[in-house]
Design a protein around this ligand. Structure first.
Ligand SMILES: [Zn+2]
Length: 133
């Protein structure tokens, strides 16, 4: 699945910069922030950092520390099941976008076992990572 399709799937607006950075991450697999900056000189480092945080929030990539203490970002395997079923909607009050976040099983663990949950609809309100600066 390419960058545009992935962004659309999560409800993230597919800007040319986001597509470029996600494409680079998909091709590279694992990439440091420095390497991402080198490969995309037309996108400033702060913007790249915010995008990486956004992708992390969605479970698109994870942060890892390499043996030489370098922080790298690794693309996670595509797993549509984590989001297709009742996504959590996050409403950003700054940019007015609605971002679909994956469910965490720990949310359901908070419900007493005597309740049989058949469906869920969770709406969150706040400021998305990109609007926090
Ligand atoms: Zn926002």
């Amino acid at each position: 699945m390419n960058a545009t399709a992935r962004l659309n799937h999560y409800g993230i607006t597919a800007t040319p910069e986001r597509e470029k950075i996600l494409d680079l991450l998909i091709v590279e697999g694992t990439c440091s922030l420095n390497r991402l900056s080198e490969l995309s000189v037309d996108v400033d480092r702060t913007t790249i950092f915010r995008m990486v945080r956004l992708f992390q929030l969605y479970g698109i990539l994870e942060e890892r520390i390499e043996m030489n203490d370098t922080k790298v970002f690794r693309i996670l395997p595509w797993d549509p099941l984590t989001i297709d079923k009742n996504p959590i909607n996050f409403h950003c009050k700054e940019c007015k976008s609605v971002l679909k976040l994956p469910w965490s099983k720990s949310i359901l663990r908070a419900i007493p076992a005597s309740f049989c949950v058949e469906s869920a609809n969770l709406e969150l309100y706040g400021i998305c990572p990109e609007c926090q600066s």
